[in-house]
Design a binder for this molecule. Structure first.
Ligand code: FAD
Length: 406
């Protein structure tokens, strides 16, 4: 297995990098460089710029407006976006609902949903988890009862990322409560978030951001035409959706970018009369993270190289290694930046986040340098990285079974 990049891949990386540097709005770049999450508008603007170039749907087949990039090119594209402070495309649209509709959708669903998802005319959210049904997703209880040409949906979803921005939700619902196995009584519905009976209630995260929500369904009418695939076969769709992501799961580019950023900061920050970058302890810590990033990059290349030569469509269990190590590295690099800020990471960063938006007109001076005010929120929010997308404990169970055969 040759893990070196070919000349074409090196040229492709440069093409992507140049495009991002020339087209990414400066305000978005600055927000992400400081460690702030992109706003909805940042994501919409960037995805539309990419869509115009034909790159937003880079994971879709060419016949549906995608690219014919190899898995390695897709990995490079993602990495360059992360390293160069660009927002990632909306994953619910591009990685989840798009491929599901391409695989299972009717011609009408394809014609209507795909172009709107690509250009972010519709923002999608994922209604899978419920209170008590997260890792054990098949136990979900939200009920959909068929009445004529509609389903009447009742129940609750939780941890629904960006539901407050969403126009549509793809949801797993129970259509047969008496099925032999819990997996057999589930259907996959597309729900218009403007339908009467839907209530979105915010969950404020530890970093004071509003990313998560509870979503309540109270006699919500959903046309049967909005079901994807067969009734009670929604679990097949869910498995396809959850297993679809082979590359990029580690978000390695983001960790690499944070290591570079930490070194940049450490040239300015002084400790014991010297720039922090000259401190042996600091240098060792950075070197350790760099070695881990390199090891992860090689593992990712192995997974990607295998995916390129294998078309069985099944997720590689080694993706679980990428998820575990990738999220640990994201957490460790965010901690490194926060440690550089030291006590200056402590001031009222919620107010400072507001200052970044400038619309508030609040121009109270900051206690420390501007960057230090943004060091804590990513550290806090990334605690969740080892939970979402399947917890790291569940990934270890997958490895136990599939690789260690325990
Ligand atoms: C930031 C964030 C965004 C999210 N976004 C969405 C979203 O948009 N849509 C959506 O549907 N869901 C979303 N989720 C929910 C996410 O998928 C669940 O949190 C996750 O699947 C875990 O489920 P749970 O929270 O119910 O925890 P549980 O499943 O109750 O797990 C609790 C703890 O027990 C451990 N555990 C559980 N079962 C086992 C086992 N068999 N072996 C070993 N350990 C086990 C877990 O690892 C965990 O540490 C999001 C979560 C977060 C944190």
């Amino acid at each position: 297995m040759d893990l070196r990049f070919t000349e074409e891949e090196v040229a492709f990386r440069k093409e992507v990098r140049d495009f991002i540097r020339q087209n990414l709005p400066a305000r978005t770049r600055e927000r992400l460089r400081l460690g702030y999450s992109p706003t909805k508008q940042d994501i919409v603007d960037w995805q539309r710029i990419l869509n115009k170039k034909g790159w937003a749907t880079y994971k879709w087949p060419k016949a549906y407006g995608g690219t014919d990039w190899s898995p390695t090119q897709r990995m490079i594209f993602q990495e360059e976006n992360q390293i160069n402070h660009a927002p990632e495309v909306n994953g619910f649209n591009i990685t989840m609902i798009g491929p599901v509709i391409i695989q299972f959708g009717t011609p009408e669903q394809k014609a209507h949903i795909l172009p709107r998802a690509a250009n972010l005319e519709d923002w999608w959210c994922q209604g899978f988890s419920e209170p008590g049904s997260g890792s054990d997703l098949a136990s979900l209880k939200t009920a959909a009862k068929r009445v004529g040409d509609d389903y009447i949906v009742n129940g609750q979803k939780i941890w629904t990322s960006t539901a407050h921005h969403a126009d549509w939700c793809f949801a797993l619902v129970r259509t047969d409560p008496n099925a032999r196995k819990p997996q057999e009584g589930i259907s996959f519905l597309l729900i218009d978030m403007k339908t009467p009976g839907i209530t979105v209630r915010p969950i404020i995260s530890i970093d004071n951001s509003h990313h998560l929500n509870e979503v309540f369904f109270d006699d919500v009418k959903v046309p049967v035409a909005n079901r994807v695939y067969e009734e009670n076969k929604g679990w097949d769709v869910a498995k396809f959706l959850l297993g679809n992501e082979r590359t990029g799961i580690a978000r390695l580019g983001k960790s690499m970018e944070r290591i570079n950023y930490a070194q940049e900061l450490a040239r300015d920050v002084r400790q014991n009369g010297k720039p922090l970058i000259e401190d042996a302890g600091f240098r060792q810590r950075v070197a350790k993270l760099q070695v881990q990033a390199k090891a992860l990059e090689l593992t990712q290349l192995r997974v990607v190289a295998k995916a390129a030569g294998n078309s069985d469509g099944k997720p590689d269990p080694f993706s679980s290694v990428l998820k575990i190590k990738g999220t640990e590295l994201l957490q460790d690099t965010a901690e490194l930046v926060m440690d550089i800020a030291g006590p200056l990471a402590m001031p009222d960063w919620a107010k400072e986040l507001d200052l970044l938006n400038r619309e508030s007109g609040d121009n109270e001076p900051l206690i420390g340098p501007e960057w230090a005010g943004y060091a804590a929120p990513p550290y806090l929010m990334l605690r969740a990285a080892s939970i979402y997308g399947g917890t790291n404990e569940i990934q270890k169970n997958i490895l136990n079974k599939a690789i260690l055969r325990l």
